[in-house]
Design a binder for this molecule. Structure first.
Ligand code: SF4
Length: 528
C-alpha cells in the first residue's frame, strides 16, 4: 500500500454533480440541509479505480504531482476519497495529507450564512470533523503523521492536538512539501507550522490525476492587494499557456467534460503587474475553445473570478470571450465578483488596488458600467459585498445600498450577496489585528438595510436565472435540484421579509429550524 495518502473531506472531495456552486450549499448550518440533499444531491461519492480517485480536487492533484516530480513513485502516493480512507490507510502508511478549505466553517460565506440563519455547525465543518476523527482513530493504530494544508489552514490554528494534526502546511506545495515529506520518512523532526516556498512557473509540475470538473489553474496570487484578502499575499504569476493546455487536454482525454479556469481574475492572465494583456487572454480562451471543439465538450469555458476594473479596461476581450464561447441568453455564464463596497472612503482605505486604474471615487460608476457590459454579453455576475469593515459608518452602508438600488433600476441581471467581514488568515487586516469577526447584533440599522437590499435583488433575479444556472449535467439531478431551488427561493423571500422587520427574527425563529432528518423536514413542510 502507499506510504503517502492524500485526501479531503466529502464537502470538498466530490464533483457536486458537475455544479461547482453546489459547494456553497455546504456552507449552510447542517441542520438546514436535509441529509438526503447533502449526500445524494450536493456531494455524490467520487468514483475510484481501486483506491485511487478517478478525479480529485485540483489542489490534491498538484500535491501529488509535486511528490512525483521530486522522485516519489506512483506506488508511493495515492489520492483517495474520504469513503475509501479506511481501505487506503494501513501499516504501510507513513503520512496522511489532508486538504482543507473551510474546516471550522469560518470562511466568509459560511460565517455569513451561520449569522443570518441563527448559527450551528456548517456542513463543511461537519464533514471535516467526520474525516479528521476517522483519520485520528487510524493514526492511533498505525502511527503515521498527519499534515493539513490548504486555504482553510488558518482556521485550524489551536486545534492541532484536538484533531491529531502534526503539521499545518501553508503556502505553495511544489518546493517545500516534498522536502517535509522526505524528512518525515527519514524520521527527522519537522516544525508544526510550515510555510511553503513560492515556485517559479517552470517548477510547477502538471497534474497526473484528472481534476474535478476540469478545473485548471491559470494564475497564482493577485497583485491588487486588498487588505481583507489572502490570495493577494501570494506572488502573482501566470502559468504558461502550454502547461495550461496540457492539463486541460489531460482532463479531456480522461473523460472530464468541462474546462474551467481557477484564477483570482481571469483578465489578469498574462498581465505584467496590473498592466493587462488582452492578447494573452484571447489566446488563452481561443486555445481552450479549440480543445473543447476537438474533444466535443461544451465551449463554455468557465472561470472562477474576474474584476470589474479589468473588465472595463479589456472590454474587447470580454466581448471576444462571449463570441467564441457562443454565449446567449439561454447559455450565459455566472462569474463571481467582489464589489465589496460603493463607499469611496472604504474603497480608498481597504481595496484601492481593486479599482485600479480607476479612482476610489469612480468605483460606483465602474460597477454600473461593468454590469451593463457583462449583461450585454450574457455574463450574469454573482456579486458579493462586505458588511462590517471596522470603521464603516452609516453613510458607507447607504452608499452601497444606493448602488444596489441603481443596479436594480438599470435592470441588472445577476446576484448581490452581502458577506460579513472576517479576518481571513494571512490577510493584512488579520495580521495587523485591524478587524474581528462581525456579528449582526453589533451592526447599525443601515448595515441591516444594506444586507436586506442585496438579498432582495438576489431573490428577484434568482427566479429569472435559476433554470439557466441548473442546466446540463445529470437530467434527473437537475430536475430535482430545480424544484428544490424554487422552494429555497420562496424560503429566502420569506426570510428576507422577516429580516427587513428586524434581525431579532433570526434568534426568535430561524435558529430553531432543523430539517436535517426526514422527520424534521416533514414537520417544517407541515408547519409552513
Ligand atoms: S482583487 Fe480579489 S483576489 Fe485580488 S486582492 Fe482583491 S479580493 Fe484578493
Amino acid at each position: 500500500m502507499a506510504k503517502i495518502v492524500l485526501t479531503a473531506d466529502r464537502a470538498l472531495f466530490t464533483d457536486y454533480h458537475g455544479f461547482d456552486f453546489f459547494g456553497f450549499g455546504l456552507c449552510m448550518p447542517y441542520r438546514l440541509v436535509p441529509r438526503i440533499v447533502e449526500y445524494r444531491l450536493l456531494t455524490p461519492k467520487t468514483p475510484t479505480d481501486g483506491l485511487r480517485a478517478k478525479h480529485a480536487p485540483y489542489a490534491l492533484g498538484k500535491v501529488e504531482a509535486s511528490l512525483l516530480a521530486s522522485g516519489f513513485s506512483r506506488d508511493d502516493v495515492v489520492i483517495a476519497p474520504p469513503h475509501m480512507i479506511r481501505k487506503a490507510i494501513d501499516e504501510d502508511t507513513e503520512i496522511v495529507g489532508v486538504h482543507v478549505l473551510d474546516p471550522k466553517g469560518l470562511a466568509p460565506v459560511s460565517w455569513t450564512l451561520k449569522a443570518l440563519s441563527g448559527g450551528g455547525m456548517t456542513c463543511t465543518e461537519l464533514e471535516f470533523e467526520k474525516l479528521i476523527y476517522e483519520i485520528k482513530g487510524l493514526k492511533e493504530r498505525y502511527r503515521f503523521k498527519v499534515i493539513a494544508g490548504g486555504p482553510g489552514n488558518w482556521q485550524l490554528r489551536g486545534y492541532e492536538d484536538k484533531y491529531g494534526i502534526d503539521v499545518l502546511y501553508d503556502g505553495e506545495c511544489e518546493i517545500t512539501f516534498p522536502l517535509i515529506v522526505k524528512k518525515i520518512l527519514d524520521g527527522e523532526e519537522v516544525p508544526r507550522y510550515v510555510q511553503g516556498e513560492s515556485a517559479t512557473v517552470d517548477k510547477i509540475p502538471l497534474i497526473t490525476t484528472p481534476s474535478r470538473n476540469g478545473l485548471v489553474q491559470i494564475t497564482v496570487g493577485c497583485p491588487r492587494r486588498c487588505r481583507f484578502c489572502n490570495p493577494t499575499m501570494w506572488k502573482f504569476r501566470s502559468i504558461p499557456l502550454d502547461n495550461i493546455m496540457k492539463e486541460v487536454e489531460f482532463n479531456l482525454k480522461n473523460g472530464i467534460k468541462n474546462i474551467s479556469f481557477v484564477t483570482e481574475d481571469v483578465l489578469l492572465y498574462g498581465a505584467n503587474g496590473l498592466r493587462l494583456n488582452a492578447n494573452a487572454v484571447k489566446k488563452l480562451f481561443k486555445s481552450a475553445v479549440d480543445l473543447a471543439e476537438k474533444y466535443g465538450v461544451s465551449k463554455k469555458v468557465g472561470f472562477s473570478h474576474i474584476s470589474c476594473a479589468s473588465a472595463l479596461v479589456l472590454k474587447d476581450a470580454v466581448k471576444y470571450i462571449s463570441e467564441i464561447e457562443e454565449l446567449s441568453e439561454d447559455e450565459p455564464i455566472f462569474p463571481q465578483i467582489g464589489l465589496e463596497s460603493a463607499s469611496p472612503r472604504i474603497v480608498n482605505k481597504y481595496f484601492r488596488g481593486k479599482a485600479y486604474p480607476y479612482k476610489p471615487g469612480e468605483w460606483s460608476d465602474v460597477l454600473i458600467e461593468a454590469s451593463k457590459l457583462f449583461n450585454d454579453v450574457f455574463w450574469y455576475p454573482c456579486y458579493t459585498y462586505i458588511v462590517g469593515f471596522p470603521d464603516a459608518t452609516a453613510e458607507d452602508y447607504v452608499a452601497t445600498t444606493e448602488l444596489i438600488d441603481d443596479l436594480k433600476s438599470e435592470g441588472f441581471i445577476g446576484w448581490t450577496f452581502p458577506l460579513l467581514l472576517i479576518p481571513m488568515g494571512g490577510s493584512v487586516i488579520e495580521r495587523k489585528k485591524e478587524a474581528d469577526f462581525v456579528y449582526l447584533s453589533k451592526l447599525p440599522e443601515e448595515a441591516i438595510d444594506c444586507i436586506v437590499c442585496g438579498w432582495k435583488l438576489s431573490v428577484y433575479n434568482s427566479r429569472r436565472l435559476v433554470s439557466k444556472l441548473i442546466k446540463g449535467g445529470n437530467p434527473l439531478i437537475s430536475r430535482i435540484m430545480l424544484r428544490l431551488a424554487f422552494r429555497a427561493i420562496d424560503a429566502m423571500e420569506a426570510w428576507v421579509d422577516g429580516m427587513s422587520k428586524g434581525p431579532e427574527v433570526i434568534n426568535d425563529a430561524y435558529s430553531k429550524v432543523n430539517i436535517r432528518s426526514g422527520i424534521g423536514l416533514v414537520r417544517a413542510i407541515l408547519t409552513s
